[in-house]
Design a protein around this ligand. Structure first.
Ligand code: SF4
Ligand code: ZN
Length: 329
């Protein structure tokens, strides 16, 4: 495998996002850091970010990464800094690097960083510029789902405390929810995301539904390889949006990674592109009419929901003998 240079960021790209209610250009920078502390202690069941960390990364490496990122910056109003961990953890991003980033990008309309809730406190909130959004990976509001299916290492109450503190400081919160962690059926996953969004709405300006994407070397991948897990259907994601639309004040969004592949959120293959385009369009417009997609496989999805309920299993019903048994019912 190619040696990764600790003084180069993992990736920098440009995309569209929303700032002050309008669609704008955004720059995304993924920094190489020593990695998520929780990942080192076992980590979440779906997370392959352990691979992305470089334990030997120094403060001066991080400063060089910032130099490289600045070279790529073309005045986008929105910048996002990801670390495959927590930006507010000084073990990953020392205070000096954090301060430099906020200083260099002080003219930006909006700056987004991600963190686990344990690093959100008076000191870290106080260090953030007024333009900051803190993205918090709540994943689920159900303590059992968080503990057993996600192995998140914190409770929904801790995420609520962090989100409320950020909001009370006049800053913005983007909450991530995980659609269909392991051990949940497709139907349970839909219910879980709907409930979780209602839970997070009071402190969240935006709620991003992240359908599970099977990453390499994870517990989720082990189950998936054995046919005990199917990545969610795009219909399920659309269903979550439909149920929430008009019932919460946060902006709903989703930009699924691995969408349309077996590892990512997918339908029959024929309609995946159209369905994902609809999700993207809705993420900007918030207009449920943009979710109108037609394909015969929607009936197959409904059968799937019925069959897994009847069989009481979260295994992948599209694979193996269960397929024939279940989907003919
Ligand atoms: S999902 Fe986030 S908190 Fe969990 S192990 Fe990965 S980087 Fe850490
Ligand atoms: Zn289809």
């Amino acid at each position: 495998m190619k040696e990764r240079n600790p003084s180069e960021p993992e990736a920098v790209w440009k995309e569209k996002d929303v700032s002050s209610g309008r669609t704008v250009d955004a720059m995304v920078a993924i920094m190489r850091t020593s990695g998520c502390r929780w990942a080192k202690a076992g980590g979440c069941t779906m997370c392959g970010y352990r691979e992305a960390s470089l334990p030997q990364t120094t403060e001066s490496d991080l400063m060089s990464q910032v130099d490289r990122i600045i070279e790529r910056y073309k005045g986008e109003p929105f910048v996002k800094f990801y670390t495959s961990g927590s930006f507010l953890d000084t073990g990953e991003i020392p205070v000096s690097v954090r301060e430099r980033i906020f200083d260099e990008f002080s003219e930006c309309e909006r700056i987004l960083v991600e963190s686990r809730p344990e690093f959100v406190n008076e000191e870290t909130i106080g260090s953030l510029p007024k333009t900051a959004t803190v993205a918090l990976g709540l994943e689920s509001s159900d303590p059992e789902v968080l503990r057993r299916s996600v192995h998140k290492g914190f409770t929904p109450a801790e995420s609520k405390r962090a989100g409320t503190a950020v909001r009370d400081a006049g800053l913005s919160v983007r909450t991530y929810l995980l659609l269909k962690p392991i051990y949940l059926t497709e139907g349970q996953a839909i219910e879980d995301s709907v409930r979780s969004a209602l839970f997070a709405d009071p402190w969240s300006a935006e709620i991003s539904i992240n359908p599970l994407n099977v990453q390499f070397g994870t517990q989720t991948e082990r189950l998936w390889k054995r046919g005990e897990f199917r990545a969610p259907w795009i219909w399920s994601l659309i269903e979550v949006f439909r149920r929430l639309s008009g019932n919460i004040s946060a902006r709903l969004m989703s930009s699924p990674s691995g969408g349309g592949s077996q590892r990512g959120v997918h339908n029959c293959g024929e309609c995946d592109r159209r369905a994902l385009d609809a999700v993207e369009k809705f993420s900007f417009s918030q207009d449920v009419r943009d979710l109108d997609v037609a394909c015969a496989c929607v009936e197959k999805w409904k059968d799937y929901l019925r069959a897994e309920k009847m069989l009481g299993t979260s295994a992948d019903l599209e694979r193996g003998i269960i397929n024939d048994l279940a989907l003919r019912m």
